[in-house]
Ligand binder design. Structure first.
Ligand code: CP
Length: 320
């Protein structure tokens, strides 16, 4: 595996899930793979889980790890070609990428959508430059449109907790005070479609996700109806994806607090587990009662980020 952005990059999911279970049982078994090799983790944005879990995964595999926070301690980077660099950005990505690549064997990149130019975001302008110009294996630690390490950890968590072969999994939009990217719901929908689950997506009108990720998954605009009989509820906010409302790309279309996941919502489910990728705004996305309930999986889900990253880095090292 030379790049990791989509579910298809990891091959059959049953094989990947079996590998994840084996690694979870013995997470240092492959520590010889990374000997004398270095992973560079580049963050254009803040992170708690991705930063810690990916470093831990790399060390599980014996890798040296270098972490760079772009815009905090490094020169500010220009990412667009053709720009006259007379502002506050001192270095261009086109020089910085090959320089950074010369110090490492594989590269993880965390970058967010700008949420102003849909075409630029969905072209993955920053991540694709790393893939093109580094000459090294590149994996997404969340990019403009996708968060595959999170979605893989979500799938591992569902697989561990499901009580039937084909659970009903509901991805629900929930309100948030800031405009957020679509990366998490995009990847969650993509990975759930690739897995053996009954996926239902629910959101207010205008929040339709890109068909590239959501495909022909069932969309239900009545949130309570969508929740009926659910085995897993996955809550997330996202801004307008610009599919049915191109002019509103990246904007907040609703702040309707009736979409905040509470006990009344969970009461119509099949005693569903609650999931969220974190960080989460309590009593905006989900009530205190639901996130603190015994059916909440937010902590094991975050812990599985170490496992998903270990599988991905292992695959990349084996392919070198
Ligand atoms: N879920 C997730 O990616 O968390 P961080 O933004 O803290 O890395």
């Amino acid at each position: 595996m030379h790049t990791f952005l989509h579910a298809s990059d990891i091959g059959p999911l049953d094989v990947a899930l079996a590998e994840a279970a084996a690694i979870k049982a013995d997470r240092y078994r492959f520590e010889h793979l990374g000997h004398h090799r270095t992973a560079l983790l580049i963050f254009f944005n803040n992170s708690l889980r991705t930063r810690l879990s990916t470093q831990k995964a790399a060390r599980n595999l014996g890798l040296d790890v270098v972490v760079l926070d772009v815009n905090q301690g490094a020169w500010k980077l220009e990412t667009e070609r053709g720009v006259v660099m007379d502002g506050d950005k001192s270095e261009h990505l086109l020089e910085a990428i090959p320089v950074m690549a010369s110090y490492c064997d594989l590269i993880g990149v965390r970058t967010f959508a700008g949420l102003t130019d849909r075409d630029a975001d969905y072209a993955e302008n920053i991540l694709s430059q790393f893939i093109r110009y580094s000459g090294k294996p590149v994996f997404s630690m969340e990019s403009a449109t996708a968060h595959p390490l999170q979605a893989f950890a979500d799938l591992i968590t569902i697989n561990e907790h499901k009580e039937k072969q084909r659970p009903k999994v509901v991805l629900t939009w929930a309100p948030h005070p800031r405009a957020l990217p679509q990366a998490v719901p995009n990847s969650f929908a993509e990975w759930m479609r690739a897995a053996d689950v009954d996926l239902v997506v629910t959101h207010p009108e205008g929040y339709e996700l890109d068909p590239l990720f959501v495909g022909d998954a069932r969309v239900e605009h009545d949130q309570m109806k969508a929740f009926e009989g659910a085995d897993f509820v996955y809550a997330k906010n996202w801004s307008c994806p610009g599919v049915t409302r191109p002019e509103a790309y990246g904007q907040i279309l609703s702040t309707d607090r009736s979409w905040t996941v509470g006990e009344a919502h969970m009461a119509v489910t099949n005693n569903a587990h609650f999931m969220h990728c974190l960080p989460v705004r309590r009593n905006m996305i989900v009530t205190d009662e639901v996130i603190e309930s015994p059916r909440s999986l937010v902590i094991p889900e975050a812990a599985n980020r170490e496992i998903s990253a270990t599988v991905v880095l292992k695959r990349m090292l084996e392919a070198m």
